[in-house]
Design a protein around this ligand. Structure first.
Ligand code: ADP
Ligand code: MG
Length: 637
């Protein structure tokens, strides 16, 4: 038997490991299973190139709990180690890695994923074990070895009588970590980190119906049928799917396979994804994965953190911030790449060249997929538009590259359910909706019911009205106005339709200047000036006499403030509710107001008209509404 000191200058490294990595101590299992997987895949490789003259067979990894003895076993059938290799890989290399690790990353050690990269993987076992044993038999014709270490730098290494190839790691679970002797806890960890690892992982056994057995059905004299019970057999409980969909070629998979995989990823999710994007690249970096577009709601915040990041089928994290462009964090699915450096902070990650390339690759793939969906089945794409527009609009706002690509598939629906691309839209409205200054005015609504009368007024002129109702639409409009030449957006309720798209100078006023002044004075006495800017306009005599509008600019700034960014830079603080009151001087009612003899009656007419205009905008509430109704009844009595 050999005794020795592990080659380490930091005497008390184990307490350090425990302390620094404490918050992540559950990852020990992931590390040990990763090692078992590596050892098995190494053997596979060696047998495939004829280096190892043993049968590869169907190796698995077994995880076993011995609650009585307080032990956890991880057993593989991989390459194993000779005594010499244990000395080299466990005693020396591992610890030089550990030192380096502790030196460099004392502060950021909690960043998971870091451990495996510094050869500290194996030693993470000491976060939960007071003693660790390795019993290992190499595929080479050499005796098995037994290594024991109780957490001090001393270890023992002796011969063992293990005959089958592979490695067994035995953890003597420490007093403060007995949760790792619970079957439910281990199962949970296996499901979290190892659900898609490439070697089958056995955890216990289960009873299933014997596939080779067909239950017989017999009939008695009365014709009653009885079927004998199915024969049960005991099989290994394999907890993982070693061949998840993303590791396959897109050509091998049907639409149904992608849907099944989605269910495997999100068992609690009952809604089907709208479509998927298979990522597959091996140059200049390695990346595979499948992204899914789920149905989106208008709430941008609740839907993030659903993409899972793997490294060679080992789960790393579900926080892909910095790796996937922000607007795509609303998607779901998996990304698997050995090329993402995880041993660095998130801010560094964003500056990393390889990661930038990955991020722009993903953006491009998503744009290409959307484009092909649009081209292959436009109707289907239009039907899905409402469920995906948030992501696309958000992407257009945040990534210029995506904005350019989205030109081909971003849709602008009308209130009548037509869907235009931007180019189609401008072609369709060019003739009618260009104003006297040669500017094309794109009309839109955000709510069909609330803006009904304005929409109708626009349609009566033969104008198209878009239906734009996502939460970030004011930002997007702003972006379109600055990138496209000579267009402007106007919400239908922003002004009278003739003012939104000014065709020629205003109609001739029926009122003389004197009458206008008189009207203006009358209005000022009744209409509260802190709420309304009164504007006299000579319009069509059929147009409404009183119209309340909220100027486009003001409203948009307000909306942008509410969704963050944009408006804030104008330093408006909290803008007051301010509306325009457009009074149509050519309307019959205005003529009547002027001709009415008593002041009291004039005021009544103005109040009533103002209230009607407010009512149509949903601005009449509380006491004012009560008074209005009372007054209206009095009038018709
Ligand atoms: P890493 O996996 O990053 O190399 P670890 O500390 O996890 O670092 O493991 C150190 C080394 O010990 C491995 O590189 C491998 O050579 C050896 N090793 C660990 N576990 C096993 C195992 N189950 N079978 C064979 N070799 C192993
Ligand atoms: Mg390892």
């Amino acid at each position: 038997m050999a005794k020795g000191n592990i080659n380490v200058s930091v005497e008390n490294i184990f307490p350090l490991i425990k302390k620094f990595l404490y918050s992540d101590h559950e990852i020990f299992l992931r590390e040990l299973i990763s090692n078992a997987t590596d050892a098995t895949l190494k053997l596979k490789h060696l047998t495939s190139i004829g280096e190892a003259s043993v049968e590869y067979g169907n190796p698995k990894i077994e995880v076993k709990i011995d609650k009585e003895e307080k032990k956890l076993h991880i057993i593989d059938q991989g390459v194993g180690m000779t005594a010499e290799e244990v000395e080299k890989y466990i005693n020396q290399i591992a610890f030089s890695g550990a030192e380096e690790f502790l030196d460099k990353y004392k502060d950021s050690a909690k960043d998971s994923g870091i451990i495996g990269h510094f050869g500290l993987g194996f030693y993470s076992a000491f976060m939960v074990a007071e003693k660790v044993e390795i019993i290992t038999k190499s595929y080479k014709d050499e005796p098995a070895a037994h290594w024991v270490c109780d957490g001090s730098p001393e270890f023992t290494l002796e011969k063992a009588d293990k005959t089958e190839r592979g490695t067994e790691i035995i953890l003597h679970i420490a007093e403060d970590s007995t949760e790792f002797l619970e079957e439910s806890k281990i199962r949970e960890l296996l499901m979290k980190y190892n659900k898609f690892m490439p070697i089958p992982i056995k955890f216990g056994t289960k009873e299933v119906n014997d596939p080779d057995f067909t239950p017989k059905t017999t009939k008695d004299e009365d014709g009653k049928e009885t079927t004998e019970p199915h024969k049960q057999i005991t099989v290994d409980d394999i907890i993982n799917n070693p061949d998840p969909a993303w590791t396959k070629q897109p050509t091998e998979l049907e639409d149904e396979d992608y849907k099944n995989f989605y269910r495997e990823l999100y068992p609690m999710q009952f809604e089907e994804p709208l479509f998927h994007i298979h990522l597959n690249v091996d140059y200049p970096f390695n990346l595979t994965g499948i992204l899914y577009f789920p149905k989106m709601t208008n709430d941008l915040n609740i839907q993030k953190d659903k993409i899972q990041l793997y490294q060679n089928q080992v789960f790393v994290t579900d926080n892909v911030e910095g790796i996937v462009p922000e607007f795509l964090t609303m998607l779901r699915g998996v990304i698997d790449s050995p090329d993402i450096p995880l041993n660095v902070s998130r801010s560094y990650l964003q500056a990393d060249g390889a990661v930038k390339k990955i991020s722009s690759y993903i953006t491009r793939k998503v744009a290409d997929k959307l484009k092909s969906l649009f081209n292959n089945d436009r109707e289907d794409f239009e039907n899905k538009w409402d469920d995906i527009k948030v992501v696309i609009e958000y992407g257009m706002l945040s990534e210029d590259k995506f904005f350019e690509k989205a030109e081909a598939f971003a849709l602008y629906p009308t209130v009548d359910g037509k869907y235009y691309t931007f180019e189609e839209l401008t072609n369709a409205i060019k003739a009618k909706q260009t104003d006297k200054d040669d500017k094309m005015v794109i009309l839109y609504a955000s709510n069909k019911d609330e803006q009904h009368s304005y929409i109708e007024a626009a349609k009566a002129k033969g104008y198209e009205v878009l239906m734009l109702d996502s939460p970030i639409v004011s930002h997007l409009i702003q972006k379109l106005e600055t990138t496209k030449e000579n267009i402007s957006f106007a919400r239908v309720d922003g002004d009278h339709i003739d003012n939104l798209i000014k065709k020629e100078e205003n109609a001739i006023s029926k009122l003389s200047d004197e009458e206008k002044t008189k009207l203006d004075e009358l209005l000022k006495e009744v209409v509260p000036s802190e709420k309304f800017m009164v504007q006299l306009e000579a319009m069509d005599s059929n147009a409404s006499p009183f119209i309340i509008t909220q100027p486009e600019f003001m409203r948009r700034m307000k909306e942008m403030q509410a969704t963050g960014g944009g408006g804030g830079m104008f330093g408006m603080g909290n803008m007051p509710e301010m509306y325009n009151l457009i009074v149509n001087t050519n309307s019959e009612l205005v003529g009547e107001i002027l001709n009415t003899k008593t002041k009291k009656k004039q005021e009544r007419l103005i109040t009533q008209s103002l209230d009607l205009a407010r009512l149509s905008q949903g601005l009449l509430k509380g006491e004012e509404l009560t008074n209005f109704i009372k007054r209206s009844y009095d009038m018709i009595k």
